[in-house]
Write a protein that binds this ligand. Structure first.
Ligand SMILES: *Cc1c(COP(=O)(O)O)cnc(C)c1O
Length: 421
């Protein structure tokens, strides 16, 4: 039996209607920006496997560090014990995070990082004797699939069956030049009529919302109103973190710094799952008390797994290297050139870019998970390029190590698609 056939027997894939799409493509190997399937086809990974493998798949430098760590210490309970990889990682993260961040809390994935952020914010108020019960979030934001994170997310395909069970969330539109005044008004009304504990947002780029981009200055206005009302601000940097917007964090583009930052995805470079929620000293201090009741009772078995921490340490070293910083600039400039050539194409409705993230909307109607979307996906794969359109949006978020030649191939494949849709 082929892998494809064996897969169907016992596996249930995420975001998949198995009745319509029974087949998954087995990948047997990955290196750098390339994926290999069992029939010896090669694909350029144009989205770094959901923006994780930014330093290339199976990166040799990270492999070396992980192998060493695996022989030294594999796992230890993080309640009551500690270890150097976690200590060193906390030191390195605090160096590169916005200045107001002081404490590092570990979990397993982007959803749990946000879940932790939301719980920290709720308990921050609770510990100070205030019961605030409402979270503000952007319409169409995405923060993950666990209950708190899902409640804060606004994409209806994900939420439908669960909406009755959500925590309290009020949604405001993402701001732009035209609506900023009314968004501010809505925000202020919401603050006046609800006990608002926190505001959670994806800074500058909303990944799952078809790479929707919005301006730092409008976010700044919203964040400063939150600060004035002791509303805890949670920047979901699960996608935008670690260089993708051209700065280390998207929050580095924004004057008002968040109280809490969640990160995952490229934190561990595609090797293993892990996530971090960082926060200010002020948040941390609200949990200090002579009674145990004010402590943060949240744990995951694999919190701060030493192997995952060693991966993250190696990844940060790579991110700071001249080689990767130059690549980020090179990709950013290439995208700009490509955009100049392509943006007036009659089949394109609109294009946008932040750092290495580039997106274009095709001027054709289609459902997010409709038939046409799958045809376009198949077209890319047949041409050796792994891109996953979000509805009519085609986006690129290539690994930093993608070569110029590989990048040109991705562009050329998109241009050819435009000639044929
Ligand atoms: C992917 C993502 C999440 C969820 O992370 P998981 O690791 O899939 O749970 C949350 N927020 C943003 C912005 C993401 O891109």
């Amino acid at each position: 039996m082929t892998l494809k056939e064996r897969d169907k027997k016992h596996l249930w894939h995420p975001l998949t209607q198995h009745k319509i799409h029974p087949e998954a493509l087995p990948i047997i190997k990955a290196k750098g920006a390339l994926l290999y399937d069992e029939d010896e086809n090669i694909y350029i990974d144009g989205i770094a496997s959901w923006y994780t493998a930014m330093y290339g798949h199976c990166n040799d430098y990270i492999l070396e560090k992980v192998q060493h760590q695996m022989q030294q210490l594999d796992q230890i309970v993080f309640a009551g014990f500690t270890h150097e990889p976690a200590i060193k990682l906390s030191e390195e993260l605090i160096k590169i995070l916005p200045d107001n961040q002081e404490k590092i809390f570990f979990s397993d994935n982007g959803s749990t990082a946000n879940e932790v952020g939301i719980k920290m914010a709720l308990q921050y108020h609770f510990n100070r004797g205030e019961k605030r019960n409402t979270i503000i979030a952007f319409e169409d934001g995405f923060h993950g699939d666990t209950f708190g994170a899902m409640s804060a997310s606004g994409l209806s395909v994900y939420n439908g069956p669960f909406e009755d069970f959500f925590i309290n969330v009020k949604r405001i539109p993402t701001p732009n030049f035209e609506n900023i005044d009314s968004v501010i008004k809505e925000l202020q009304e919401c603050i006046a009529t609800h006990e608002v504990a926190a505001f959670i947002y994806e800074p500058l780029v909303q990944g799952a919302n078809a790479m929707h981009m919005y301006e730092a200055r409008y976010l700044d206005q919203i964040l400063s109103i939150c600060k004035d009302n002791t509303i805890i601000t949670i920047a979901d940097e699960v996608m935008t973190g670690f260089g993708k917007t051209g700065k280390t964090f998207a929050s580095d583009h924004i004057e008002t710094k968040p109280d809490i930052i969640s990160m995952s995805k490229s934190l561990t470079a595609g090797f293993v799952p892990m996530a971090v929620t960082s926060c200010t000293q002020e948040i941390y201090d609200a949990f200090l008390d002579d009674s145990i009741g004010k402590a943060f009772f949240h744990a995951h078995t694999y919190s701060a797994n030493p192997i995952a921490c060693s991966v993250a340490l190696a990844a940060i070293e790579l991110l700071e290297s001249e080689e990767i910083q130059n690549s980020i600039n090179r990709i950013t400039m290439s995208h700009k050139d490509f955009d100049t050539k392509i943006k007036n194409h009659p089949k394109i409705k609109r294009t946008r870019q932040t750092g290495v993230i580039y997106a274009l909307d095709l001027d054709i109607e289609m459902d997010r998970y409709g038939k046409k979307r799958y045809e376009i996906f198949d077209y890319f794969m047949k041409n050796g390029v792994a891109l996953r359109p979000l509805g009519s949006t085609v986006y690129m978020l290539p690994p930093y190590v993608i070569t110029q030649e590989q990048l040109q191939k991705v562009y050329a494949t998109i241009v050819e698609l435009l000639e044929n849709v």
